[in-house]
Design a protein around this ligand. Structure first.
Ligand code: SAH
Length: 344
């Protein structure tokens, strides 16, 4: 698919099929403006026929908007009919898009809807990028008129479990010739695949690394996150410290509060012990309950109190805004709902 190629590679592609170089510019511009093939006005039909098999076939098939906060959830469908969701959030400084990196997920976190149907397949770099291009267009943007300023890889999937495609996506989306989204405005969230964190470090990116921690002991973490059987919290934090040394980028930790599981005074103390003195920030968010799972979130008021306790221990922490709760906002929830409706 052409969206997997960078500008140089698209130029090679048009050269190979015997077209003049300016056609490469036109095709590149159309792809990065999120256009469907029929919408490109400056290409002759004969040429469209030649490239149609390689031209991206993805499209937005549904959009839900939250009445509470204007957050929008888009369902994107790919050529093989697989669907993923991405979430658009409006902030003071612009739009942030939360993209999916896999169809489903195989990490098996107990509280997460993305994992309910396992992993269907990885997304290619172009399919991750496609989510950005389509939503940018839906906002009235194009390649030259970029509406999306920030990207977080916090949709369905474990980005570091799809490493090669994810780094290619980061390259494509941050290059000056494309949408030119600054790497400083890109976050990658992981459940903590330690060897891949080191591999990512070698890329010398300026992106923000976010760790889904969610527990303060390895035993408790393993109860909700199977990946904890492979890597210890201490190994993850060591990798984060090395990442910080190398990149000077502050690390973020996600801590989802689950009633009776990870919300005790002891947890506050252990978190403080684990992270004290490290230049990092903790995002606390009450669990967004998933129908199929028995876990329950805390109230927002409880989350604020939890954060106050962390602050009293000298940590930097905030309660994360929950957005789009009325539109199945959390990871994989909407795709799951659609699959559920289909199977009924
Ligand atoms: N696999 C990656 C990225 C996807 S999940 C990761 O684990 O970080 C993005 C974030 O949403 C993670 O912190 C995840 O733990 C959290 N999350 C998933 N389901 C949730 C739910 N039901 N309520 C609150 N947060 C959830």
């Amino acid at each position: 698919m052409l969206t997997d190629l960078n500008f140089e590679e698209i130029k090679e592609y048009v050269k190979k099929i015997g077209l003049p170089a300016f056609r490469g510019e036109q095709i590149f511009d159309a792809i990065y403006s999120g256009k469907e093939l029929q919408e490109i006005s400056n290409l002759p039909q004969a040429l469209k026929d030649i490239i149609s098999a390689d031209y991206p076939q993805y499209k937005i098939i549904q959009c839900l908007e939250s009445k509470e906060d204007g957050t929008r959830k888009y369902i994107v469908q790919f050529a093989d009919n697989n669907i993923v969701e991405c979430v658009l959030m409006k902030y003071k400084y612009g739009y942030t898009l939360c993209v999916s990196t896999q169809v489903g997920c195989r990490m098996g976190c107990k509280f997460c809807a993305s994992t309910l149907h396992g992993l269907a397949r990885n997304l290619s770099a172009g399919e991750i990028l496609g989510q950005v291009l389509l939503v940018n267009k839906a906002l009235g943007g194009s390649r030259k008129n970029r509406m999306i300023t920030n990207i977080v890889m916090m949709g369905s999937g474990e980005p570091l479990d799809n490493f090669d495609n994810v780094v290619k996506f980061i390259d494509l989306v941050s290059t000056g010739k494309g949408l030119n989204i600054s790497q400083r405005n890109i976050s990658l969230s992981t459940c903590g695949l330690v060897p891949q964190i080191y591999k990512l470090m070698e890329k010398d990116y300026n992106i923000t690394l976010t760790i889904s921690l969610h527990a303060t002991t390895d035993e408790k973490r393993a109860e909700i996150m199977p990946i904890a059987n492979a890597y210890k919290i201490s190994e993850i934090i060591k990798a984060c410290k090395d990442y910080y040394e190398k990149t000077n980028r502050r690390i973020y930790f996600e801590y989802t509060l689950i009633k009776g599981k990870n919300d005790s005074e002891e947890d506050v103390k252990r978190l403080a012990k684990l992270l004290k003195g490290f230049n990092c920030h903790i995002n606390v968010i009450p669990l967004n309950s998933v129908k199929e799972r028995e876990l329950e979130g805390t109230t927002r008021l409880f989350a604020y109190k939890f954060v106050d306790k962390l602050k009293a221990c000298g940590l930097s922490a905030t309660v994360r805004r929950t957005m789009g709760e009325d539109i199945e906002g959390a990871c994989g929830q909407l795709r799951n709902k659609i699959l559920r409706l289909k199977s009924n």
